[in-house]
Structure formats: structure tokens, C-alpha cells
Design a protein around this ligand. Structure first.
Ligand SMILES: Nc1ncnc2c1ncn2[C@@H]1O[C@H](COP(=O)(O)OP(=O)(O)O)[C@@H](O)[C@H]1O
Ligand SMILES: Cc1cn([C@H]2C[C@H](O)[C@@H](COP(=O)(O)O)O2)c(=O)[nH]c1=O
Ligand SMILES: [Zn+2]
Length: 199
């Protein structure tokens, strides 16, 4: 990350496949802002209740307090006057209106950090991520490890039978795969490897 701009707001997007570390990176940036004595608020879509109803939780169990929302516009009502940094996880679940909300916050002078999936289970751009990435000052793309071949993974393989774009889930419902190993239709999961280093 370059030196931060002064006296203006900006947008950071953290994107990538599932398990690539988007939420960990969001939490890392939020924690550093807190160390910097900045007032931070974190939001997430209420639909993301996989690990917790209110907290943002990474697959590795890092946690941060958040406010769940039905719609992105609610941020305007929940925003406290002294907030300087806004974090939003699972931003792909907010509709197209999140782009205007994030832009309005940045235009007010806030630092806005958005984390979300850039591709859906078929490998298609997951709106509104392309629009957010276009207007962001900073875009970071994270990669997971393909569970089939061990290469860097930029796709999320769906393992449960559904043609809906939105299906909330974690391990057992999705796994990270590279472009060679990913298939656009739901398929069987990869048997877990025995990891001698871990229980
Ligand atoms: N195949 C994998 N590749 C990379 N990380 C994995 C994999 N499977 C599980 N993980 C775990 O997922 C963590 C990332 O979790 P998280 O930040 O919640 O990802 P994301 O928000 O991108 O889905 C990693 O630090 C690691 O502990
Ligand atoms: C690929 C894909 C994913 N989802 C869902 C599954 C999870 O609930 C989230 C992504 O979570 P993560 O923090 O990035 O691991 O999105 C979906 O609804 N549709 C999809 O195509
Ligand atoms: Zn692969």
C-alpha cells in the first residue's frame, strides 16, 4: 500500500476467490486503523450468518465486531459522526446500490475498505464487484491454494447442487480451485489431504 492520501477519503477493494484471505486482510487493515486511534465501523450483509450473526469471522476464525445490514443504504443511518474508517465484508451480497453508498462515504472523507468475491461459482464477474473495482483507488487481489493441484486458486468451486447465484456456505459447499481444475457446474468435493503438521 502506498502512503495514504491526506484530507480526502478513498476506496480500497480486497477481492479474490473464497478462502483467499479477503476477510483476514480486511480484519488486518481494520486492526491497524484501530492501533492508529481511528474510529472504525465494520458492516456486513445480514445474509452472511455462516459463522456468526453479527461478527465478521474469517475461515481461520479471526473475528471483528460488525453491524449486519439488510441494505447498503442503512450505513448512512448507522454511521457514527466521528467514524473515519468503514469496513464492509461480503460486499458482493449488497446490490448495485452499494457502489453509490461507498462512493458517498469516500466523498465525505472516509476510508472505505470493501472485501468481496470477484467471481461467482461459474467464474463470472460477481456484480457489483467490477463496478467497485473500477471506482476504487486501491485494489488487492488475493489468491487461495487450489485444493486439487496446489496451484494459486482464483475460482470458487461450488460443491452443492444449485443454479442460484447466491448460495451462502463455506467448506463443504465450496472449495478454492485454479482455472485448470475449476468447472462451472457444481461437482463433487476433493477428498481432504492428510496434513501432518496440523490436527
Ligand atoms: N485451500 C486454501 N487456500 C488458502 N487458504 C485456505 C484454504 N483452505 C482453508 N484456508 C484458510 O482460509 C483462510 C482465509 O480465510 P478468509 O480470510 O476468511 O478467506 P476469504 O474471506 O477470502 O474467504 C486461510 O488463512 C486459511 O487458514
Ligand atoms: C462462489 C460463490 C459464493 N457464494 C457465497 C458463499 C459464501 O457464503 C460467500 C463467500 O464467502 P467468502 O468469505 O469469500 O469465503 O459467498 C455465493 O453466494 N455464490 C457464489 O457463486
Ligand atoms: Zn488446480
Amino acid at each position: 500500500m502506498h502512503q495514504f492520501p491526506k484530507d480526502i477519503g478513498w476506496i480500497e477493494v480486497i477481492c479474490g476467490s473464497m478462502f483467499s484471505g479477503k476477510t483476514e486482510e480486511l480484519i488486518r487493515r481494520v486492526q491497524r486503523a484501530v492501533y492508529g486511534k481511528q474510529k472504525v465501523q465494520v458492516f456486513k450483509p445480514r445474509i452472511d450468518n455462516r459463522y456468526d450473526e453479527t461478527q465478521v469471522v474469517s475461515h481461520s476464525k479471526l473475528k471483528v465486531t460488525s453491524t449486519p445490514l439488510e441494505r447498503a443504504e442503512e450505513i448512512f443511518y448507522k454511521l457514527e459522526p466521528d467514524t473515519q474508517v468503514v469496513g464492509i465484508d461480503e460486499v458482493q451480497f449488497f446490490g448495485a446500490e452499494v457502489v453509490a453508498v461507498v462512493e458517498a462515504l469516500a466523498n465525505k472523507g472516509l476510508r472505505v475498505i470493501c472485501a468481496g468475491l470477484d467471481q461467482d461459482y461459474q467464474g463470472r464477474p460477481f456484480e457489483p464487484m467490477p463496478q467497485l473495482m473500477a471506482v476504487a483507488e486501491y485494489v488487492t487481489k488475493e489468491l487461495a491454494i487450489c485444493v486439487v493441484c496446489g496451484n494459486p486458486a482464483n475460482r470458487s468451486q461450488r460443491l452443492v447442487s444449485s443454479g442460484e447465484r447466491v448460495v451462502v456456505g463455506a467448506a463443504g459447499a465450496y472449495e478454492p480451485r485454479c482455472r485448470k481444475c475449476h468447472v462451472p457446474e457444481p461437482t463433487e468435493g476433493t477428498p481432504p489431504q492428510t496434513l501432518e503438521l496440523f490436527d
